[in-house]
Design a protein around this ligand. Structure first.
Ligand code: F6R
Length: 624
Protein backbone atom coordinates (compact mmCIF):
# COMPACT_ATOMS: atom_id res chain seq x y z
CA UNK A 1 0.00 0.00 0.00
CA UNK A 2 1.11 3.64 -0.20
CA UNK A 3 4.82 4.29 0.31
CA UNK A 4 6.72 7.42 1.28
CA UNK A 5 10.30 8.52 0.73
CA UNK A 6 12.11 11.76 1.46
CA UNK A 7 15.66 13.07 1.12
CA UNK A 8 17.58 16.11 2.32
CA UNK A 9 21.32 16.34 1.86
CA UNK A 10 24.00 17.05 -0.70
CA UNK A 11 23.22 14.67 -3.58
CA UNK A 12 20.58 14.92 -6.27
CA UNK A 13 17.40 13.90 -4.41
CA UNK A 14 15.88 12.15 -7.44
CA UNK A 15 18.32 9.19 -7.20
CA UNK A 16 17.26 8.09 -3.73
CA UNK A 17 13.62 9.01 -4.28
CA UNK A 18 13.29 6.79 -7.35
CA UNK A 19 15.31 3.91 -5.90
CA UNK A 20 13.35 4.16 -2.64
CA UNK A 21 10.03 4.09 -4.49
CA UNK A 22 11.20 1.05 -6.47
CA UNK A 23 11.95 -0.73 -3.20
CA UNK A 24 8.50 0.15 -1.91
CA UNK A 25 6.82 -1.16 -5.08
CA UNK A 26 6.15 -4.50 -3.42
CA UNK A 27 3.63 -2.81 -1.14
CA UNK A 28 1.27 -2.32 -4.09
CA UNK A 29 0.35 1.01 -5.75
CA UNK A 30 -1.33 2.48 -8.78
CA UNK A 31 0.43 5.85 -9.26
CA UNK A 32 3.57 7.59 -8.09
CA UNK A 33 5.11 11.02 -7.84
CA UNK A 34 7.97 13.13 -6.54
CA UNK A 35 8.46 16.77 -5.56
CA UNK A 36 11.95 18.25 -5.62
CA UNK A 37 13.03 21.74 -4.58
CA UNK A 38 15.81 23.47 -6.54
CA UNK A 39 18.48 25.68 -4.97
CA UNK A 40 16.18 28.68 -5.04
CA UNK A 41 13.57 26.71 -3.14
CA UNK A 42 11.21 26.35 -6.10
CA UNK A 43 9.34 23.04 -5.87
CA UNK A 44 8.59 21.04 -9.04
CA UNK A 45 6.37 18.00 -9.11
CA UNK A 46 6.29 15.02 -11.45
CA UNK A 47 3.48 12.41 -11.18
CA UNK A 48 2.37 9.47 -13.29
CA UNK A 49 -0.16 6.67 -13.07
CA UNK A 50 1.06 3.09 -13.39
CA UNK A 51 4.48 1.72 -12.64
CA UNK A 52 7.52 3.55 -11.23
CA UNK A 53 9.29 3.04 -14.54
CA UNK A 54 6.82 5.51 -16.12
CA UNK A 55 7.75 8.05 -13.48
CA UNK A 56 11.45 7.31 -14.10
CA UNK A 57 11.01 7.88 -17.86
CA UNK A 58 9.12 11.13 -17.23
CA UNK A 59 11.97 12.29 -15.00
CA UNK A 60 14.57 11.20 -17.52
CA UNK A 61 12.80 13.35 -20.11
CA UNK A 62 12.47 16.39 -17.80
CA UNK A 63 14.88 15.96 -14.92
CA UNK A 64 14.18 17.68 -11.60
CA UNK A 65 17.37 18.92 -9.96
CA UNK A 66 17.73 19.64 -6.27
CA UNK A 67 18.96 18.06 -3.08
CA UNK A 68 15.71 18.00 -1.12
CA UNK A 69 12.58 16.14 -2.11
CA UNK A 70 9.75 13.80 -1.24
CA UNK A 71 8.13 10.94 -3.14
CA UNK A 72 5.14 8.64 -2.92
CA UNK A 73 3.52 5.51 -4.29
CA UNK A 74 -0.27 5.74 -4.01
CA UNK A 75 -2.77 2.91 -3.57
CA UNK A 76 -6.10 4.61 -4.19
CA UNK A 77 -8.51 4.93 -1.27
CA UNK A 78 -10.24 8.29 -1.76
CA UNK A 79 -10.46 9.21 -5.46
CA UNK A 80 -9.62 7.15 -8.54
CA UNK A 81 -6.11 6.14 -9.56
CA UNK A 82 -5.43 9.23 -11.71
CA UNK A 83 -2.46 11.52 -12.13
CA UNK A 84 -4.39 14.33 -10.44
CA UNK A 85 -5.00 12.22 -7.36
CA UNK A 86 -1.40 10.98 -7.19
CA UNK A 87 0.81 12.56 -4.50
CA UNK A 88 2.52 14.94 -3.79
CA UNK A 89 -0.25 17.47 -3.21
CA UNK A 90 0.16 21.15 -2.57
CA UNK A 91 -1.56 23.56 -0.21
CA UNK A 92 -2.31 27.17 -1.09
CA UNK A 93 0.09 28.80 -3.56
CA UNK A 94 2.60 25.96 -3.19
CA UNK A 95 3.06 27.04 0.43
CA UNK A 96 3.42 23.40 1.40
CA UNK A 97 3.94 20.17 -0.58
CA UNK A 98 3.02 16.88 1.08
CA UNK A 99 2.86 13.10 0.70
CA UNK A 100 0.55 11.11 2.95
CA UNK A 101 -0.06 7.48 3.88
CA UNK A 102 -3.22 6.64 5.81
CA UNK A 103 -6.82 7.80 5.77
CA UNK A 104 -8.37 11.03 7.06
CA UNK A 105 -11.85 10.10 8.24
CA UNK A 106 -13.22 13.62 8.71
CA UNK A 107 -11.87 14.99 5.43
CA UNK A 108 -15.34 15.80 4.03
CA UNK A 109 -16.20 18.23 6.85
CA UNK A 110 -12.76 19.81 6.71
CA UNK A 111 -12.91 20.11 2.92
CA UNK A 112 -16.30 21.84 3.02
CA UNK A 113 -15.05 24.35 5.55
CA UNK A 114 -11.80 25.03 3.66
CA UNK A 115 -13.66 25.40 0.36
CA UNK A 116 -16.02 27.90 1.93
CA UNK A 117 -12.94 29.86 2.97
CA UNK A 118 -11.64 29.97 -0.59
CA UNK A 119 -9.23 27.04 -0.77
CA UNK A 120 -9.42 25.38 -4.17
CA UNK A 121 -9.07 21.60 -4.31
CA UNK A 122 -7.35 20.01 -7.30
CA UNK A 123 -7.95 16.36 -6.37
CA UNK A 124 -10.54 14.02 -4.92
CA UNK A 125 -8.18 12.83 -2.19
CA UNK A 126 -8.46 13.13 1.57
CA UNK A 127 -4.77 14.08 1.60
CA UNK A 128 -5.24 17.46 -0.02
CA UNK A 129 -7.19 18.56 3.04
CA UNK A 130 -4.00 18.26 5.10
CA UNK A 131 -2.05 20.41 2.63
CA UNK A 132 -4.62 23.21 2.79
CA UNK A 133 -5.04 22.91 6.55
CA UNK A 134 -1.30 23.30 7.12
CA UNK A 135 -1.31 26.28 4.74
CA UNK A 136 -4.20 27.81 6.67
CA UNK A 137 -2.40 27.33 9.95
CA UNK A 138 0.77 28.88 8.57
CA UNK A 139 -1.03 31.80 6.94
CA UNK A 140 -3.36 32.54 9.83
CA UNK A 141 -0.44 32.10 12.13
CA UNK A 142 -2.10 29.51 14.28
CA UNK A 143 1.24 29.77 15.96
CA UNK A 144 1.16 30.09 19.69
CA UNK A 145 3.31 32.62 21.54
CA UNK A 146 5.86 29.97 22.34
CA UNK A 147 6.22 29.25 18.60
CA UNK A 148 6.69 32.91 17.71
CA UNK A 149 9.22 33.63 20.41
CA UNK A 150 11.24 30.46 20.04
CA UNK A 151 14.84 30.62 18.89
CA UNK A 152 14.38 27.34 17.07
CA UNK A 153 14.40 28.18 13.33
CA UNK A 154 11.49 25.87 12.53
CA UNK A 155 9.41 26.31 15.68
CA UNK A 156 6.62 28.15 13.90
CA UNK A 157 6.43 25.40 11.26
CA UNK A 158 6.13 22.73 13.91
CA UNK A 159 3.45 24.66 15.77
CA UNK A 160 1.45 25.19 12.58
CA UNK A 161 1.72 21.51 11.63
CA UNK A 162 0.64 20.49 15.14
CA UNK A 163 -2.34 22.82 14.89
CA UNK A 164 -3.33 21.29 11.57
CA UNK A 165 -2.82 17.69 12.72
CA UNK A 166 -4.90 18.26 15.82
CA UNK A 167 -7.94 18.80 13.55
CA UNK A 168 -7.56 15.45 11.79
CA UNK A 169 -9.35 12.22 12.67
CA UNK A 170 -7.69 9.17 11.13
CA UNK A 171 -4.19 7.95 10.42
CA UNK A 172 -1.18 9.49 8.79
CA UNK A 173 2.43 9.03 7.89
CA UNK A 174 3.24 12.43 6.46
CA UNK A 175 6.16 14.30 4.91
CA UNK A 176 5.98 18.04 4.24
CA UNK A 177 8.19 20.52 2.36
CA UNK A 178 7.71 24.28 2.63
CA UNK A 179 8.04 27.02 -0.01
CA UNK A 180 9.44 29.51 2.47
CA UNK A 181 11.71 27.08 4.34
CA UNK A 182 13.69 25.40 1.55
CA UNK A 183 16.12 23.29 3.61
CA UNK A 184 13.75 21.28 5.79
CA UNK A 185 11.33 18.35 5.65
CA UNK A 186 8.86 17.69 8.46
CA UNK A 187 7.76 14.10 9.04
CA UNK A 188 4.79 13.21 11.25
CA UNK A 189 3.22 9.91 12.17
CA UNK A 190 0.00 8.62 13.67
CA UNK A 191 -0.85 4.99 12.97
CA UNK A 192 1.17 4.77 9.75
CA UNK A 193 4.88 4.04 10.06
CA UNK A 194 7.76 6.35 9.21
CA UNK A 195 11.49 5.86 9.69
CA UNK A 196 14.47 8.17 9.34
CA UNK A 197 17.82 7.04 7.96
CA UNK A 198 20.83 8.87 9.35
CA UNK A 199 23.68 9.50 6.90
CA UNK A 200 26.68 11.88 6.79
CA UNK A 201 25.27 15.34 6.25
CA UNK A 202 22.20 13.80 4.69
CA UNK A 203 18.98 12.26 5.94
CA UNK A 204 16.49 9.87 4.45
CA UNK A 205 12.83 9.32 5.26
CA UNK A 206 10.77 6.27 4.34
CA UNK A 207 7.62 4.44 5.29
CA UNK A 208 9.62 1.30 6.04
CA UNK A 209 13.28 0.46 6.35
CA UNK A 210 13.76 -1.20 2.95
CA UNK A 211 14.61 1.98 0.97
CA UNK A 212 17.33 2.87 3.49
CA UNK A 213 19.57 -0.15 2.98
CA UNK A 214 22.80 0.89 1.30
CA UNK A 215 22.13 4.59 2.03
CA UNK A 216 22.18 4.78 5.82
CA UNK A 217 23.36 2.43 8.54
CA UNK A 218 21.44 4.05 11.39
CA UNK A 219 17.71 4.30 11.74
CA UNK A 220 15.21 6.17 13.90
CA UNK A 221 11.69 4.71 14.22
CA UNK A 222 9.19 7.50 14.74
CA UNK A 223 6.39 6.77 17.19
CA UNK A 224 2.80 7.91 17.01
CA UNK A 225 2.27 11.62 17.63
CA UNK A 226 5.91 12.41 16.94
CA UNK A 227 6.99 15.08 14.47
CA UNK A 228 10.56 15.12 13.13
CA UNK A 229 12.25 18.22 11.80
CA UNK A 230 14.82 16.95 9.31
CA UNK A 231 17.56 19.01 7.64
CA UNK A 232 20.78 17.86 5.96
CA UNK A 233 22.72 17.99 9.21
CA UNK A 234 20.13 17.64 11.98
CA UNK A 235 17.16 15.65 13.19
CA UNK A 236 14.97 16.94 15.97
CA UNK A 237 11.97 14.99 17.20
CA UNK A 238 9.13 16.53 19.09
CA UNK A 239 5.96 14.99 20.56
CA UNK A 240 2.59 16.51 19.75
CA UNK A 241 1.83 17.07 23.45
CA UNK A 242 5.12 16.80 25.35
CA UNK A 243 7.62 18.91 23.38
CA UNK A 244 11.07 17.68 22.33
CA UNK A 245 11.90 14.02 22.84
CA UNK A 246 15.23 12.20 22.77
CA UNK A 247 15.02 9.88 19.82
CA UNK A 248 16.89 6.62 19.93
CA UNK A 249 19.12 5.79 17.01
CA UNK A 250 19.40 2.08 16.19
CA UNK A 251 21.59 0.28 13.73
CA UNK A 252 19.83 -0.66 10.54
CA UNK A 253 19.34 -4.43 10.27
CA UNK A 254 17.94 -4.48 6.75
CA UNK A 255 20.44 -5.53 4.11
CA UNK A 256 20.34 -4.22 0.54
CA UNK A 257 17.48 -6.24 -0.87
CA UNK A 258 18.30 -8.98 -3.36
CA UNK A 259 16.18 -7.40 -6.02
CA UNK A 260 17.31 -9.70 -8.80
CA UNK A 261 15.05 -12.55 -9.77
CA UNK A 262 17.89 -15.06 -9.60
CA UNK A 263 16.94 -16.54 -12.96
CA UNK A 264 13.24 -16.96 -12.10
CA UNK A 265 10.59 -15.28 -14.20
CA UNK A 266 8.73 -13.88 -11.17
CA UNK A 267 9.35 -13.17 -7.50
CA UNK A 268 6.45 -15.44 -6.62
CA UNK A 269 8.12 -18.40 -8.32
CA UNK A 270 11.47 -17.53 -6.75
CA UNK A 271 9.85 -17.35 -3.33
CA UNK A 272 8.03 -20.64 -3.84
CA UNK A 273 11.40 -22.25 -4.58
CA UNK A 274 13.03 -20.61 -1.56
CA UNK A 275 10.79 -22.54 0.84
CA UNK A 276 13.15 -25.39 1.74
CA UNK A 277 15.62 -22.71 2.86
CA UNK A 278 13.09 -20.38 4.52
CA UNK A 279 11.70 -23.30 6.54
CA UNK A 280 15.21 -24.16 7.71
CA UNK A 281 15.68 -20.53 8.72
CA UNK A 282 12.43 -20.54 10.71
CA UNK A 283 13.72 -23.57 12.67
CA UNK A 284 17.38 -22.58 12.92
CA UNK A 285 18.56 -22.55 16.55
CA UNK A 286 15.03 -23.14 17.82
CA UNK A 287 15.05 -26.91 18.38
CA UNK A 288 16.79 -28.69 21.20
CA UNK A 289 17.05 -32.47 21.17
CA UNK A 290 18.26 -32.45 24.80
CA UNK A 291 14.86 -31.35 26.05
CA UNK A 292 12.90 -32.50 22.98
CA UNK A 293 11.37 -29.09 22.62
CA UNK A 294 11.55 -25.76 20.84
CA UNK A 295 13.07 -22.60 22.29
CA UNK A 296 12.67 -18.93 21.51
CA UNK A 297 14.81 -15.94 22.37
CA UNK A 298 12.32 -13.11 22.16
CA UNK A 299 9.14 -14.12 23.95
CA UNK A 300 10.08 -11.94 26.93
CA UNK A 301 7.95 -14.03 29.29
CA UNK A 302 9.10 -15.99 32.31
CA UNK A 303 8.58 -19.79 32.37
CA UNK A 304 5.97 -19.14 35.11
CA UNK A 305 4.06 -16.72 32.91
CA UNK A 306 4.20 -19.15 29.99
CA UNK A 307 3.21 -22.07 32.19
CA UNK A 308 0.24 -20.05 33.40
CA UNK A 309 -1.20 -19.40 29.94
CA UNK A 310 -4.82 -20.56 29.94
CA UNK A 311 -5.96 -19.43 26.55
CA UNK A 312 -4.39 -18.21 23.33
CA UNK A 313 -5.84 -15.80 20.78
CA UNK A 314 -4.27 -15.80 17.32
CA UNK A 315 -5.16 -12.74 15.30
CA UNK A 316 -4.25 -11.92 11.70
CA UNK A 317 -5.60 -11.10 8.23
CA UNK A 318 -5.68 -12.96 4.91
CA UNK A 319 -3.06 -15.63 4.38
CA UNK A 320 -1.65 -15.01 7.85
CA UNK A 321 -5.12 -15.80 9.23
CA UNK A 322 -4.98 -19.16 7.43
CA UNK A 323 -1.65 -19.90 9.11
CA UNK A 324 -3.28 -18.95 12.42
CA UNK A 325 -6.04 -21.49 11.79
CA UNK A 326 -3.47 -24.25 11.36
CA UNK A 327 -1.82 -22.91 14.52
CA UNK A 328 -5.09 -23.42 16.39
CA UNK A 329 -5.29 -27.07 15.36
CA UNK A 330 -1.64 -27.70 16.27
CA UNK A 331 -1.54 -25.88 19.62
CA UNK A 332 -4.78 -27.46 20.79
CA UNK A 333 -3.54 -30.90 19.72
CA UNK A 334 -0.01 -30.68 21.18
CA UNK A 335 -0.55 -28.41 24.19
CA UNK A 336 -4.28 -28.78 25.00
CA UNK A 337 -4.54 -24.99 25.40
CA UNK A 338 -7.80 -23.53 24.07
CA UNK A 339 -7.07 -21.34 21.05
CA UNK A 340 -9.25 -18.87 19.19
CA UNK A 341 -8.48 -17.45 15.79
CA UNK A 342 -9.77 -13.95 15.20
CA UNK A 343 -9.83 -11.75 12.12
CA UNK A 344 -7.89 -8.73 13.34
CA UNK A 345 -10.35 -6.38 11.63
CA UNK A 346 -13.15 -7.88 13.77
CA UNK A 347 -11.24 -8.31 16.99
CA UNK A 348 -10.17 -4.67 17.15
CA UNK A 349 -13.78 -3.46 17.38
CA UNK A 350 -15.29 -6.40 19.25
CA UNK A 351 -15.31 -6.61 22.98
CA UNK A 352 -14.98 -10.31 23.73
CA UNK A 353 -14.60 -11.39 27.36
CA UNK A 354 -10.90 -12.18 27.70
CA UNK A 355 -9.69 -13.73 30.95
CA UNK A 356 -6.37 -13.00 32.61
CA UNK A 357 -3.96 -15.71 31.50
CA UNK A 358 -4.77 -15.09 27.84
CA UNK A 359 -1.87 -14.65 25.46
CA UNK A 360 -2.46 -12.84 22.19
CA UNK A 361 -0.34 -13.56 19.12
CA UNK A 362 -0.50 -11.20 16.12
CA UNK A 363 0.66 -12.90 12.94
CA UNK A 364 1.76 -10.67 10.08
CA UNK A 365 4.34 -11.05 7.33
CA UNK A 366 4.76 -7.29 6.84
CA UNK A 367 4.23 -6.35 10.47
CA UNK A 368 2.41 -3.25 9.18
CA UNK A 369 -1.15 -4.47 8.56
CA UNK A 370 -3.33 -1.72 10.02
CA UNK A 371 -6.04 -4.05 11.35
CA UNK A 372 -3.58 -6.42 13.00
CA UNK A 373 -1.80 -3.47 14.57
CA UNK A 374 -5.16 -2.09 15.73
CA UNK A 375 -6.14 -5.45 17.26
CA UNK A 376 -2.89 -5.88 19.16
CA UNK A 377 -3.12 -2.33 20.50
CA UNK A 378 -6.66 -2.94 21.69
CA UNK A 379 -5.60 -6.15 23.46
CA UNK A 380 -2.64 -4.37 25.07
CA UNK A 381 -4.91 -1.58 26.24
CA UNK A 382 -6.98 -4.21 28.02
CA UNK A 383 -3.90 -5.48 29.79
CA UNK A 384 -3.21 -8.68 27.85
CA UNK A 385 0.24 -9.85 26.88
CA UNK A 386 0.82 -9.60 23.17
CA UNK A 387 3.39 -11.38 21.04
CA UNK A 388 4.15 -10.90 17.35
CA UNK A 389 5.00 -13.44 14.66
CA UNK A 390 6.38 -11.21 11.90
CA UNK A 391 8.75 -11.43 8.98
CA UNK A 392 9.83 -7.81 8.67
CA UNK A 393 12.33 -6.97 11.38
CA UNK A 394 11.58 -3.75 13.27
CA UNK A 395 8.09 -3.46 11.75
CA UNK A 396 5.35 -1.68 13.68
CA UNK A 397 3.68 -4.84 14.98
CA UNK A 398 7.03 -6.32 16.03
CA UNK A 399 7.77 -3.14 17.95
CA UNK A 400 4.33 -2.77 19.47
CA UNK A 401 4.18 -6.32 20.89
CA UNK A 402 5.67 -7.33 24.22
CA UNK A 403 7.83 -9.90 22.47
CA UNK A 404 7.73 -12.25 19.55
CA UNK A 405 9.24 -14.56 17.00
CA UNK A 406 10.64 -13.55 13.63
CA UNK A 407 10.12 -15.78 10.59
CA UNK A 408 13.55 -15.08 9.04
CA UNK A 409 12.04 -15.90 5.65
CA UNK A 410 13.87 -13.05 3.90
CA UNK A 411 12.11 -10.34 1.90
CA UNK A 412 8.87 -11.47 0.30
CA UNK A 413 8.34 -9.30 -2.79
CA UNK A 414 5.57 -11.14 -4.67
CA UNK A 415 2.25 -9.75 -3.46
CA UNK A 416 0.84 -13.26 -3.01
CA UNK A 417 2.34 -14.66 0.16
CA UNK A 418 4.06 -18.03 -0.28
CA UNK A 419 7.22 -18.56 1.75
CA UNK A 420 5.99 -16.34 4.58
CA UNK A 421 2.87 -18.51 4.86
CA UNK A 422 4.79 -21.78 5.23
CA UNK A 423 7.20 -20.09 7.66
CA UNK A 424 4.26 -18.84 9.75
CA UNK A 425 2.91 -22.42 9.82
CA UNK A 426 6.37 -23.62 10.85
CA UNK A 427 6.76 -21.09 13.66
CA UNK A 428 3.28 -21.92 14.96
CA UNK A 429 4.18 -25.62 14.86
CA UNK A 430 7.32 -24.83 16.88
CA UNK A 431 5.22 -22.90 19.40
CA UNK A 432 2.78 -25.81 19.63
CA UNK A 433 5.68 -28.13 20.46
CA UNK A 434 7.04 -25.63 22.98
CA UNK A 435 3.75 -25.19 24.83
CA UNK A 436 3.08 -28.92 24.54
CA UNK A 437 6.37 -29.86 26.15
CA UNK A 438 5.69 -27.40 29.00
CA UNK A 439 2.53 -29.41 29.65
CA UNK A 440 1.71 -33.02 29.00
CA UNK A 441 3.71 -33.93 25.87
CA UNK A 442 6.27 -36.71 26.53
CA UNK A 443 9.94 -36.66 25.52
CA UNK A 444 9.16 -39.38 22.97
CA UNK A 445 6.35 -37.40 21.43
CA UNK A 446 8.53 -34.28 21.42
CA UNK A 447 11.31 -36.15 19.59
CA UNK A 448 8.89 -37.56 17.03
CA UNK A 449 7.73 -34.02 16.27
CA UNK A 450 11.30 -32.69 16.08
CA UNK A 451 12.27 -35.44 13.63
CA UNK A 452 9.31 -34.56 11.44
CA UNK A 453 10.37 -30.90 11.51
CA UNK A 454 13.96 -31.75 10.53
CA UNK A 455 12.76 -33.84 7.59
CA UNK A 456 10.45 -31.13 6.29
CA UNK A 457 12.77 -28.96 4.11
CA UNK A 458 13.85 -31.93 1.97
CA UNK A 459 10.23 -33.08 1.61
CA UNK A 460 9.26 -29.58 0.49
CA UNK A 461 12.13 -29.66 -2.00
CA UNK A 462 10.72 -32.92 -3.36
CA UNK A 463 7.23 -31.40 -3.52
CA UNK A 464 8.61 -28.65 -5.77
CA UNK A 465 9.19 -31.35 -8.37
CA UNK A 466 5.46 -31.36 -9.01
CA UNK A 467 5.82 -28.17 -11.04
CA UNK A 468 5.57 -29.85 -14.47
CA UNK A 469 2.46 -31.74 -13.37
CA UNK A 470 0.95 -28.52 -11.98
CA UNK A 471 1.67 -26.81 -15.29
CA UNK A 472 -0.09 -29.57 -17.22
CA UNK A 473 -3.12 -29.36 -14.94
CA UNK A 474 -3.10 -25.56 -15.13
CA UNK A 475 -3.31 -25.73 -18.94
CA UNK A 476 -6.31 -28.05 -18.65
CA UNK A 477 -8.31 -25.89 -16.25
CA UNK A 478 -7.05 -22.31 -16.72
CA UNK A 479 -10.27 -21.24 -18.47
CA UNK A 480 -12.56 -22.29 -15.61
CA UNK A 481 -14.49 -19.48 -13.93
CA UNK A 482 -14.95 -21.15 -10.54
CA UNK A 483 -12.89 -23.49 -8.39
CA UNK A 484 -13.60 -25.23 -5.08
CA UNK A 485 -10.80 -26.17 -2.68
CA UNK A 486 -11.66 -28.85 -0.14
CA UNK A 487 -9.71 -30.35 2.74
CA UNK A 488 -10.34 -31.54 6.28
CA UNK A 489 -8.73 -31.09 9.67
CA UNK A 490 -5.15 -29.85 9.26
CA UNK A 491 -5.84 -29.35 5.57
CA UNK A 492 -8.91 -27.15 5.94
CA UNK A 493 -6.55 -24.11 6.23
CA UNK A 494 -4.66 -25.50 3.20
CA UNK A 495 -7.91 -25.43 1.21
CA UNK A 496 -8.58 -21.82 2.24
CA UNK A 497 -5.07 -20.81 1.34
CA UNK A 498 -5.16 -22.63 -2.02
CA UNK A 499 -8.39 -20.82 -2.95
CA UNK A 500 -7.03 -17.42 -1.88
CA UNK A 501 -3.82 -17.92 -3.87
CA UNK A 502 -5.79 -18.73 -7.01
CA UNK A 503 -8.26 -15.88 -6.76
CA UNK A 504 -5.78 -13.17 -5.90
CA UNK A 505 -3.40 -13.76 -8.79
CA UNK A 506 -5.64 -15.22 -11.53
CA UNK A 507 -8.91 -13.40 -10.67
CA UNK A 508 -10.79 -16.73 -10.83
CA UNK A 509 -13.53 -17.10 -8.26
CA UNK A 510 -12.41 -19.78 -5.80
CA UNK A 511 -13.74 -20.90 -2.45
CA UNK A 512 -12.16 -23.05 0.23
CA UNK A 513 -14.24 -25.22 2.55
CA UNK A 514 -13.87 -28.05 5.00
CA UNK A 515 -14.59 -30.95 2.61
CA UNK A 516 -17.64 -32.16 4.52
CA UNK A 517 -19.22 -28.70 4.58
CA UNK A 518 -19.58 -28.91 0.83
CA UNK A 519 -22.87 -30.75 1.24
CA UNK A 520 -24.32 -27.80 3.12
CA UNK A 521 -24.33 -25.39 0.20
CA UNK A 522 -21.24 -25.22 -2.03
CA UNK A 523 -22.12 -28.53 -3.73
CA UNK A 524 -24.73 -26.51 -5.65
CA UNK A 525 -21.80 -24.96 -7.54
CA UNK A 526 -20.50 -28.33 -8.76
CA UNK A 527 -20.88 -28.98 -12.49
CA UNK A 528 -18.65 -30.12 -15.36
CA UNK A 529 -16.97 -26.73 -15.58
CA UNK A 530 -16.15 -26.25 -11.89
CA UNK A 531 -13.01 -28.09 -10.80
CA UNK A 532 -12.71 -29.16 -7.16
CA UNK A 533 -9.23 -29.38 -5.70
CA UNK A 534 -9.12 -31.95 -2.88
CA UNK A 535 -6.25 -32.26 -0.43
CA UNK A 536 -6.30 -35.94 0.54
CA UNK A 537 -3.25 -37.08 2.50
CA UNK A 538 -3.29 -40.35 4.43
CA UNK A 539 -4.68 -40.03 7.93
CA UNK A 540 -7.76 -40.63 9.97
CA UNK A 541 -10.09 -38.54 7.76
CA UNK A 542 -8.82 -40.09 4.49
CA UNK A 543 -11.91 -42.28 3.95
CA UNK A 544 -14.21 -39.39 4.79
CA UNK A 545 -12.57 -37.19 2.16
CA UNK A 546 -12.82 -40.06 -0.34
CA UNK A 547 -16.59 -40.01 0.20
CA UNK A 548 -16.61 -36.26 -0.47
CA UNK A 549 -14.74 -36.86 -3.74
CA UNK A 550 -17.38 -39.46 -4.71
CA UNK A 551 -20.07 -36.86 -4.07
CA UNK A 552 -18.43 -34.39 -6.46
CA UNK A 553 -17.81 -37.05 -9.12
CA UNK A 554 -21.44 -38.18 -8.89
CA UNK A 555 -22.40 -34.66 -10.01
CA UNK A 556 -19.99 -34.54 -12.94
CA UNK A 557 -17.47 -32.22 -11.29
CA UNK A 558 -13.80 -32.55 -12.33
CA UNK A 559 -11.54 -33.46 -9.40
CA UNK A 560 -7.89 -32.51 -8.94
CA UNK A 561 -6.41 -34.27 -5.93
CA UNK A 562 -3.24 -33.68 -3.93
CA UNK A 563 -2.24 -37.07 -2.50
CA UNK A 564 0.74 -38.69 -0.83
CA UNK A 565 3.26 -40.77 -2.76
CA UNK A 566 2.08 -44.36 -3.08
CA UNK A 567 -1.64 -43.54 -2.98
CA UNK A 568 -3.46 -45.47 -5.72
CA UNK A 569 -7.09 -45.24 -4.56
CA UNK A 570 -7.62 -41.54 -5.26
CA UNK A 571 -6.36 -41.88 -8.85
CA UNK A 572 -9.25 -44.27 -9.57
CA UNK A 573 -11.69 -41.45 -8.86
CA UNK A 574 -9.92 -38.17 -9.55
CA UNK A 575 -9.35 -36.68 -12.99
CA UNK A 576 -5.90 -35.39 -12.10
CA UNK A 577 -3.59 -36.30 -9.27
CA UNK A 578 -0.59 -34.46 -7.84
CA UNK A 579 1.54 -36.64 -5.62
CA UNK A 580 3.66 -35.17 -2.79
CA UNK A 581 5.99 -36.86 -0.25
CA UNK A 582 4.54 -38.50 2.85
CA UNK A 583 5.23 -36.71 6.11
CA UNK A 584 3.66 -36.68 9.57
CA UNK A 585 0.06 -35.45 9.40
CA UNK A 586 0.76 -32.25 11.36
CA UNK A 587 3.29 -30.95 8.79
CA UNK A 588 1.44 -32.28 5.74
CA UNK A 589 -0.30 -28.91 5.16
CA UNK A 590 3.09 -27.29 4.55
CA UNK A 591 3.99 -29.91 1.92
CA UNK A 592 0.52 -29.93 0.32
CA UNK A 593 0.53 -26.15 -0.04
CA UNK A 594 3.46 -26.27 -2.48
CA UNK A 595 1.58 -27.70 -5.51
CA UNK A 596 -1.36 -25.39 -4.79
CA UNK A 597 0.99 -22.39 -5.01
CA UNK A 598 2.47 -23.74 -8.25
CA UNK A 599 -0.96 -24.46 -9.71
CA UNK A 600 -2.14 -20.89 -9.01
CA UNK A 601 1.07 -19.47 -10.40
CA UNK A 602 0.77 -21.33 -13.71
CA UNK A 603 -2.94 -20.69 -14.11
CA UNK A 604 -2.37 -16.95 -13.57
CA UNK A 605 0.51 -16.96 -16.03
CA UNK A 606 -1.58 -18.74 -18.66
CA UNK A 607 -4.34 -16.16 -18.21
CA UNK A 608 -1.82 -13.36 -18.80
CA UNK A 609 -2.09 -11.93 -15.28
CA UNK A 610 0.56 -9.83 -13.57
CA UNK A 611 1.56 -12.51 -11.07
CA UNK A 612 3.78 -10.41 -8.81
CA UNK A 613 1.55 -7.34 -8.77
CA UNK A 614 -2.05 -8.48 -9.03
CA UNK A 615 -4.65 -5.79 -9.59
CA UNK A 616 -6.11 -3.95 -6.59
CA UNK A 617 -3.86 -5.70 -4.08
CA UNK A 618 -1.19 -4.30 -1.81
CA UNK A 619 1.57 -6.22 -0.07
CA UNK A 620 1.31 -4.14 3.03
CA UNK A 621 -2.25 -3.15 3.92
CA UNK A 622 -1.68 -0.05 6.01
CA UNK A 623 -5.25 1.26 5.96
CA UNK A 624 -8.20 -0.41 7.63
C1 F6R B 1 -2.33 -13.07 0.41
C2 F6R B 1 -1.74 -12.07 1.23
C3 F6R B 1 -2.61 -11.29 2.15
C4 F6R B 1 -1.87 -11.04 3.47
C5 F6R B 1 -2.68 -10.11 4.37
C6 F6R B 1 -2.00 -9.89 5.70
O1 F6R B 1 -1.37 -13.73 -0.37
O2 F6R B 1 -0.57 -11.86 1.18
O3 F6R B 1 -3.82 -11.91 2.37
O4 F6R B 1 -1.65 -12.26 4.10
O5 F6R B 1 -2.84 -8.88 3.73
O6 F6R B 1 -0.72 -9.37 5.52
P1 F6R B 1 0.37 -9.46 6.65
O7 F6R B 1 0.72 -10.89 6.83
O8 F6R B 1 1.52 -8.65 6.13
O9 F6R B 1 -0.24 -8.88 7.89
Amino acid sequence: MCGIVGYVGHREASGFLLEGLRRLEYRGYDSAGVAIADQAGHVSICKTTGRIERLASALAGSPLHGSIGIGHTRWATHGAATEGNAHPHVGGEHVVTICHNGVIENYQQLKSRLESEGYVFQSATDTEVIAHLVTECLEKECVDEEGKDSQEPYASLVTAVKAALSQLRGTYGLVLMFRDYPGVILAARLGSPLVLGIGDDEHFIASDASPLAGYADKIVYLSDHQIAVVTADSVQVTHRDHGDVRHSVESLQVKTPAVDLGGYSHYMLKEIYEQPESLKNAMRGRLTEDDATAMFGGLNLTPQQLGGVKRIILTACGTSWHAALLGEYLIEEFARIPVEVEYASELRYRNPPVDPGTLVFAISQSGETADTLGAIREMKRKGHRTLAICNVVGSSIAQEADGGVYLHAGPEIGVASTKAYTSQCMVLALLALYFGRMRHLSVDAGMRIINAFHALPSKVRAALQTEEECKRIAAKYCHANNFLYLGRQYNFPTALEGALKLKEISYIHAEGYPAAEMKHGPIALVDESTPSVFIVPQGFVYDKVMSNIEEVKARGGPVIAVVEHGDTRVAELADDVISVPSVEEFVQPIVSTIPLQLLSYHIALMRGCDVDKPRNLAKSVTVE
